[in-house]
Design a protein around this ligand. Structure first.
Ligand code: NDP
Length: 281
């Protein structure tokens, strides 16, 4: 029987560890603080921002909420980021994406001080990851590494295949697996014979953004399968990029959706807020 990797349980462990560190910093007079900026009222973004606030409340991190109207001008947002960059009492800054079309996302990501970029999207942090230096790592792929490590799944020397090469998931995921001494292949929409590539994987990470696309035909017997995808199916039920029912009987371990990678992202964000304080010290 395949092991079902319990992301809810592992993310709860991480949040508890963060809560202890936050309390310890508080006893030394440091109040870990995250500024969360949302522009407009996109319902999905509001849910994500709400969950981040809840996680801050749980871990004891002070959250400063900035809710700006949809028609906010780019300059106004950049000015707010400048102000937060300067504030000694703010350790992390997060701008919820996507942004309205009048605002250039790249400019916004570049404007956040790299030392406060707890999302790990700033080119300085991406570059640091690339050359093996310390910096913030994008939360979802960092969460996947924690899921593997805390489930005692060895990465070193394994054939790792990542399906997807986005800047926030696929690319940092592949760099993190490389850092852990995996032998890494990155597949994408131009990959020829995807099944042949994914069937080589001891560890298969799927971030393709297509509901239930990866079925048993893509998976080697005994592989570990990590599903990053989140979608709603025709019955409005949450599902991933992996067809769980088809893959489960074939693999050694698998993450479910919901309850796998999803809860890890926010836990790693909380962890990055504490790291922001530690890096400053
Ligand atoms: P993107 O759409 O940015 O990237 C998808 C990647 O998949 C691209 O690199 C694309 O290739 C590749 N791809 C698309 N179709 C195929 C195909 N038929 N065969 C092979 N490769 C293909 O998605 P994200 O990386 O942002 O997200 C991936 C999934 O993870 C989504 O379901 C998203 O909802 C979910 N997600 C979950 C998070 C969480 O917290 N659990 C956080 C972030 C995302 P190409 O580059 O060539 O176009």
């Amino acid at each position: 029987m395949a092991q079902v990797i319990d992301g809810k349980m592992i993310s709860a462990q991480i949040k508890d560890e963060v809560r202890d560190k936050v309390a310890e910093l508080k006893s030394k007079g440091i109040e870990v603080t995250l500024a969360v900026i949302q522009v407009g009222d996109d319902p999905a973004s509001s849910v994500y921002v709400g969950n981040k606030k809840k996680a801050c409340a749980y871990t004891g991190i002070r959250s400063l909420a900035y809710e700006l109207p949809q028609e906010t001008k780019e300059k106004e947002l950049l000015d707010l980021i400048d102000e937060l960059n300067e504030r000694e009492d703010v350790h992390g800054i997060l701008v919820q994406l996507p942004l309205p079309e009048q605002i250039n996302e790249d400019k916004v990501i570049n404007a956040i001080a790299a030392s406060k970029d707890v999302d790990g999207f700033h080119p300085m942090n991406v570059g640091a990851l690339c050359i093996g230096k310390k910096g913030f790592v994008s939360c979802t792929p960092a969460g996947v590494i924690q899921l593997l490590k805390r489930s005692n799944i060895e990465i070193s020397g394994k054939e790792c295949v990542v399906v997807g090469r986005s800047n926030i998931v696929g690319k940092p995921m592949s760099l993190l697996l490389l850092r852990e001494n995996g032998t890494v292949t990155v597949a994408h929409s131009r990959t020829k014979d995807l099944k042949e590539v994914t069937k080589r994987a001891d560890i298969l990470i799927v971030a393709v953004g297509k509901p239930k696309m990866i079925n048993a035909e893509y998976v080697k017997d005994g592989a570990v399968v990590i599903d990053v995808g989140i979608h709603r199916d025709a019955q409005n039920k949450l599902c991933g990029d992996v067809d769980f029912e088809s893959v489960y009987p074939k693999c050694a371990a698998i993450t479910p959706v919901p309850g796998g990678v999803g809860p890890m992202t926010i836990a790693m964000l909380m962890n990055n807020c504490v790291e922001a304080v530690e890096m400053r010290q």
